[in-house]
Design a protein around this ligand. Structure first.
Ligand code: NG1
Ligand code: ZN
Length: 546
């Protein structure tokens, strides 16, 4: 009986969201992405997957509608697991299958069969709960409605609309709801401002007299959701003057157009809304859904060229700071792992290894980095483009709490006690669910303050090797297959040999090619001793890809 009811509910709902003709959808590096106007069926079906995920895990799941740094006409959808991380990869084949089911009947059959195989109880005996959010894209509202209808086509499933949020806010909420606190946005804001204040107060006293320039930060909000959120958080921030630009308000420009972390990192130009008046001031840029963060400073007399501090350098700053605190706490042993992808600058990897850190590579995509980082007591991961965070294991967190409370009672005010308290503040400030530009930004600021470092000092940690990224449109990007964390092409077999031959011509040459997981292109990355040689290596390899 319940089975029949479930079947008819699915059929009735699916009829309203037909699959567009001739399109195929794939759960890529970061969920489904496409032009926002063709995604209704995909988002509706993702709603079904999220509801099933909630039933399977007997926990709250999440769903975010965003296309991150992509143009405003694009949109996308990704599902968050109960711990706030990306949906378990083992479910992606199912997500792909139902996204491409040709008609309501085959869709319903796939769902019922999958539920049976996975022993997911359908029929309403158990309830499911999915938290929903979207970014500021104009197609977001209608797609959110599609997701709601997908969720309510599973008996007993409830959709809770959390509104317009950054991607990391939603992931953070899902994580916290499953810990038993029905956390809201104001809890998120409060956690950031409170832990930031704690970490600032733990700075050595001599760092308290910073000059006006060092206290100032200008942030490019990519005309996305992050700028408005930052305006809210900054109301409770002391010790830092934040000027938010490209907040998406009327007249400020289009989402991600000529601005945002992706633009800044790839073009190495200041975003629109910045000019020579900003010379000398530390600047940061978020992407459209505020899960990427880079820093920069304008270079004088260069027509808005910038000195870039990318994800690799943010990672290095976090690693140094955490390592320093741990070195004061021999009673708190921790295995640190630093996770990067092939896009990490070679100079960054060398620098981190020279610090004695274990550096590991995974394929592109946060889901891979995050998974690897979970294997350590403290796992730090960043993509060069600015997406990353620091994960602390449960065991480490309880050890840290013990050590901190013991030191607080026995040696209050000592350097050891302050080191333990700094680590506690870091664990509270940084988002444990996913890379988060807003919490990352405040952690950077608090660390620079604690270390008394200028932006220049941070830049000078190491010199990036010149690099070039290109993308090439090809007939079928899946014709290229890679291995060894995407550093080698295995198919077509002759391509790697050609890449090797080209690369061997350049000092410090490194080059790899991979199909994008979010766009219909093949990406080429090249690194070499000079910018001209990096450009020329990338261009010559691109010829072979074409
Ligand atoms: P693809 O399109 O698979 O390269 C891009 C980024 C990823 C990740 C995803 C998700 C680069 C080279 N790639 O993936 O790192 O951020 O988008 O947004 O930046
Ligand atoms: Zn993003």
């Amino acid at each position: 009986m319940a089975g029949d009811q479930q079947l008819s509910l699915l059929l009735d709902s699916a009829v309203r969201f037909p699959l567009p003709n001739g399109l195929r959808f794939s759960y890529g590096t970061s969920g489904f992405r496409s032009d926002g106007s063709v995604l209704a069926s995909t988002v509706h079906r993702s709603g079904i997957v999220a509801a099933l995920r909630s039933l399977k895990t007997r926990s709250t799941a999440g769903l975010v509608i965003t296309a991150s740094h992509n143009p405003v006409c694009d949109n996308g959808v990704k599902i968050a697991d109960p711990d706030g991380s990306m949906m378990d990869q083992s479910w992606e084949p199912f997500a792909n299958a139902i996204a491409n089911a040709p008609d309501p009947n085959s869709l319903a059959q796939l769902v019922l069969q999958f539920a049976k195989d996975e022993k997911i109880p359908l029929g309403g005996a158990q309830s499911a709960e999915v938290l929903l959010a979207r970014d500021t894209r104009p197609t977001g509202e209608a797609l959110l409605e599609a997701a709601k209808q997908g969720i309510s086509s599973i008996i007993g499933a409830v959709a809770i609309d959390m509104g317009v949020l950054t991607t990391p806010e939603l992931h953070w909420m899902v994580r916290n709801w499953n810990k038993g606190t029905r956390a809201t946005e104001s809890d998120y804001f409060a956690q950031i401002s409170k832990s930031f204040r704690s970490l600032m107060e733990l700075a050595p006293n001599e760092n308290l007299n910073l000059n006006a320039v060092e206290k100032k930060l200008i942030v490019d909000g990519a005309n996305g959701v992050g700028g408005a959120k930052l305006e809210e958080i900054k109301k409770n921030i002391i010790g830092l003057e934040i000027d938010v630009r490209n907040t998406g308000k009327e007249g400020e420009g289009l989402l991600n157009e000529g601005c945002g972390a992706d633009f800044v990192q790839k073009e190495k130009f200041a975003p629109s809304g910045f000019c020579s008046d900003d010379l000398g001031i530390r600047c940061a840029s978020l992407d459209g859904d505020a899960d990427r963060l880079v820093f920069f400073r304008l270079i004088p007399n260069t027509n808005n060229k910038i000195e870039l501090v990318d994800g690799d350098k943010i990672l290095s700053l976090f690693a140094i700071f955490i390592q320093e605190q741990l070195s004061l706490l021999e009673e708190l042993p921790a295995r640190l792992g630093v996770i990067q992808t092939a896009y990490a600058n070679g100079a960054a990897t060398d620098y981190l290894r020279n610090l004695g850190l274990e550096v590991i590579f995974t394929p592109t995509g946060v889901k891979y980095l995050h998974e690897k980082a979970l294997e350590y007591d403290i796992g730090l991961y960043f993509e060069a483009n600015g997406h990353g965070t620091v994960l602390f294991s449960k065991e480490f967190l309880s050890q840290l709490e013990l050590v901190n409370s013991e030191l607080t009672s026995k040696m209050p005010g000592s350097e050891k006690q302050r080191a333990a308290s700094r680590l506690v503040a870091v664990t509270q400030l940084i988002n444990q669910a996913v890379g988060d530009a807003l919490s990352g930004l405040f952690l950077v600021e608090a660390i620079l303050h604690n270390k008394g470092w200028s932006f220049q000092k941070w830049c000078d940690l190491y010199q990036d090797l010149p690099s070039r990224q290109l993308k090439v449109k090809v007939a079928d990007r899946t014709a290229i297959e890679t291995a060894d964390a995407e550093t080698r092409v295995v198919k077509p077999s002759a391509l790697q040999e050609l890449i090797d031959t080209e690369t061997a011509k350049y000092t410090h040459g490194r080059c790899f090619v991979r199909p994008s997981g979010t766009e219909d292109v093949v990406r080429i990355y090249a690194e070499a001793a000079t910018q001209d040689s990096a450009d020329s290596l990338a261009n010559s390899v691109a010829q072979h890809v074409n």
